[in-house]
Design a protein around this ligand. Structure first.
Ligand SMILES: [Zn+2]
Length: 213
């Protein structure tokens, strides 16, 4: 989510909103949901996809649970998101939940959604459908480290290559598992990557490297 302060108001652009910058004189897209013209006549134009949303509200008057979680919950990019914090999240979750349900639903970890999930679990060698109570202590620790490392890599490289920035350029992080790579063999074992609809959004995994438990 991107929050912009506009005098007494907040403008909020959520995940699923395409935000593009256009110089003065550039041809603007005809279809859009928001056009902000700046003082130098350049523009920011937003289009909304699927679940995306845009809001304007007085500070303190937005009770959207995704917004509140994004503001209040500990980001995995911070030092406060350490192993003991992660283990508490893990223990506070219903133990029959799947790994995907634990990581990417109910806003336990802000910013960790379905798109980011795939490479984290590939790096950890964990299947998204495995139940969390099937993970050994070693796997729980590995999962924690892979969350930190993978999200950090994505942020450092300007986002995933499946997403575009303000200037319509793709992110510099090369996704291992995504709709861009689904036809390629597993980079570790050469096996076939599986794509399945599961809990709101496709999951991608290698059945060899990420056996389901
Ligand atoms: Zn593999």
């Amino acid at each position: 989510m991107i929050e912009v302060t506009v005098e007494d108001y907040k403008m909020l652009l959520g995940d699923g909103v395409n935000i593009r910058y256009f110089d003065q004189g550039d041809k603007l897209p005809q279809k859009h949901q928001l056009h902000i013209e700046l003082e130098d006549s350049s523009s920011i134009v937003c289009t909304v996809q699927m679940y995306g949303g845009m809001w304007v509200f007085k500070d303190g008057q937005n009770d959207n649970p995704y917004y509140i979680a994004a503001k209040e919950k500990t980001s995995p990019l911070t030092e406060q998101f350490d192993e003991s914090y992660f283990m508490k999240l893990f223990k506070d979750t219903k133990q029959t939940a799947s790994v995907k349900a634990f990581l990417a639903t109910e806003q336990r970890i802000p910013g960790l959604g379905n798109g980011v999930l795939q490479d984290i679990l590939f790096n950890a060698g964990i299947n998204p459908k495995s139940k969390i109570n099937s993970l050994s202590e070693k796997e729980q620790k590995k999962l924690f480290h892979c969350i930190k490392q993978t999200i950090w890599d994505m942020a450092e490289n300007g986002g995933r290559d499946t997403e575009k920035d303000l200037f319509n350029a793709s992110g510099g992080y090369k996704t291992v598992l995504s709709n861009k790579t689904v036809k390629s063999p597993c980079p570790v074992c050469g096996g076939t990557i599986v794509r399945q609809a599961y809990m709101g959004g496709n999951i991608y995994y290698c059945p060899e490297c990420q056996p389901q438990k």
